[in-house]
Unconditional design. Structure first.
Length: 568
């Protein structure tokens, strides 16, 4: 398969996974609506340095981390589907980086499988839907890794000393600096930690020196300093306390190693079992690599053996070095997940390109009927079937508790069961190539189905569009909506009414009365009994959703004057 056809296949699979159902639901409260609201408040105040939420400085993410949402708002009128298209385009660039690295390190077929594996990992559509900052930062980090790839794996190449070689190294460090400016210091440091781990494990001091890490760190600091320096000058200690944990500085406790491993396993599904097979395959090749070094120079020492082995750029030793570098980068990328306070699943996205390339290499070997890959592939397909069946049962049980969304969830459970077991059935009948291809089926089928059927049915669980529609249909223009707690971001973003936060709305009932004589309140379902007991008059429930209950109570109408200005 030539390069153009290979790229076309990767992009086609990515389009199948990411593009269906972009306009099926509005912004969801799983980070998407909050990011859009931050960008809107920054735009309204013309404040592009300090992120703002609810009219207060918001230090969870750096301001450059909202670049994709800001681009969609300014150039594409801020519509949710178009904003998701921008994120999908950046994810396509990341998939092409994985494709290019796989092709460079292990051959054309491995590159194609690497791109397909990344496109069909669960973490890819999750990040595109939920976490624009992580998508942008991960893309910048891996672009930098791609630019520094030759310097690490081919430190003796004379091309590194040419003008283009030096420019490539400097651009790689600039990409790391931009990643740090977008998603915090840890996003800039984990690739450097991965390079250091690789150099330590393989005793590649020359590769470490070829990177010129001291100058690289100065470049990173120089790129990050303008925004971080300004924020420190403006906000001082308040910002410094959160700076190290950007872009997930909302919580108070560390995520921990268990959360990092869980995020990795979930994000890599359905290729997770193949990751284990790829690791076992690499371990076998590492042992073979040590044997090769000893056989090449039994009396000259490790350096001479390495000189001889590296002479053949397509030989086993170069593939072993590339695999070791990918493993080091994957492990280093999970360290920030263990340090972030309460990180989401998408925080493990930086590990996926490395894992995708390793899976692509193993899938290419299995496609070529490599005898050593056959037993590992059989175990991987069995584990995929087991994990998929477990998730299908969990979805079926969940379907009985979500009301109107039960039918699409049951259909999703049935489809997931079939898709997860299909690779195992193909492997059992001896269709090894078909088994490899079908590993992409669970997400290739599940992501479009979830976007077009499941999410619209479950939108009341993740958003407030139905509450907004009911409020705007029942209330006069500019009527206050009193929320007992901090309102969900999607409510802030989509409601064209005055939004008020008041923990005791009935103490100021006349103040919050609209022109129709009613006071409108919204609260969590668990608070309904307490609100009903506290109300001086019977509540009229307008809408119940899993996220919010919308109600109104008769109160004295305002005789004159405008509706009150929203307060937070």
């Amino acid at each position: 398969m030539n390069r153009l056809a290979s790229v076309a296949v990767v992009l086609a699979v990515l389009a199948i996974v990411l593009l269906p159902g972009l306009s099926a639901v509005g912004e969801l409260d799983v980070r998407e609506a909050r990011d859009a609201q931050v960008v809107r408040e920054m735009s309204e105040r013309r404040e592009w340095l300090t992120p703002i939420l609810a009219r207060e400085p918001y230090f969870a993410r750096p301001a450059p981390g909202y670049a994709l949402d800001a681009l969609a708002r300014r150039g594409l009128h801020g519509e949710a589907p178009l904003s998701r298209v921008v994120r999908a385009a950046v994810a396509a660039l990341l998939a092409l980086v994985a494709w290019a690295l796989g092709r460079r390190a292990f051959g054309a077929r491995a590159g194609t499988f690497a791109g397909i594996a990344f496109a069909t990992m669960l973490g890819t559509p999750l990040a595109v839907r939920m976490d624009a900052t992580q998508v942008l930062a991960t893309t910048l980090s891996w672009c930098g890794i791609a630019l520094l790839w030759r310097a690490v794996l081919d430190a003796r190449s004379p091309r590194l000393e040419t003008g283009w070689g030096r420019v490539g190294r400097w651009l790689g460090w600039v990409c790391f600096g931009l990643a740090g400016a977008t998603a915090g210091p840890l996003a800039a440091l984990w690739p450097l930690a991965g390079f250091a781990l690789y150099a330590a494990l393989l005793h590649e001091r020359r590769a470490w020196r070829a990177l010129d890490p001291f100058a690289g760190v100065l470049v990173i600091v120089g790129v990050m300093l303008p925004w971080y320096g300004a924020m420190i000058a403006l906000h001082g200690r308040t910002f410094l306390e959160r700076m190290a944990f950007l872009p997930y500085a909302e919580g108070a406790l560390g995520g921990g190693l268990l959360l990092a491993i869980t995020g990795f396993v979930v994000n890599a599904f359905p290729w997770t079992p193949l990751v284990g097979a790829a690791f076992m395959d690499e371990a076998q090749r590492m042992r073979a690599g040590r044997t090769l070094r000893t056989a090449l120079a039994p009396s000259a020492g490790g350096d001479a053996a390495r000189e001889i082995a590296v002479a053949d750029a397509s030989g086993p030793w170069s593939e072993h070095c590339a695999s070791s570098l990918l493993l080091a980068l994957a492990m280093a990328s999970l360290v920030p997940v263990a340090l972030y306070p309460s990180p989401p699943l998408t925080a493990a996205l930086p590990a996926l390109p490395a894992i995708a390339v390793l899976c692509g290499r193993f899938a290419a070997r299995a496609w070529d009927d490599d005898r050593g890959a056959a037993p590992l592939l059989a175990g991987a397909t069995r584990m995929t079937a087991l994990v998929g069946a477990t998730l299908a049962v969990a979805l079926y049980v969940l379907a009985s508790r979500v009301g109107d969304a039960s039918e699409p969830l049951r259909h999703a459970a049935a489809g997931l069961l079939v898709a997860a077991c299909a690779p195992l059935l193909a492997e059992l009948v001896g269709r090894r190539r078909l088994a490899v291809a079908l590993l992409a089926l669970p997400v290739s089928f599940g992501a479009p189905f979830a976007a077009m059927r499941v999410l619209p049915a479950m939108e009341p669980w993740f958003g407030t569009s139905t509450v907004i529609a009911a409020m705007e249909a029942a209330s006069p223009i500019r009527a206050p909506l009193v929320v007992l707690e901090s309102p969900p971001p999607s409510l802030r973003l989509g409601l064209h009414r005055n939004l008020v936060t008041d923990a005791e709305p009935f103490a100021h009932l006349a103040r919050w009365a609209a022109r129709d004589g009613y006071a409108y309140v919204a609260f969590r379902p668990s608070q309904e009994r307490l609100v009903a007991r506290s109300s001086p008059a019977p509540l009229e429930i307008l809408l119940r959703t899993p996220a919010l209950v919308l109600a109104r109570i008769e109160a004295a109408p305002r005789a004159f004057g405008p509706e009150p200005h929203p307060t937070e």
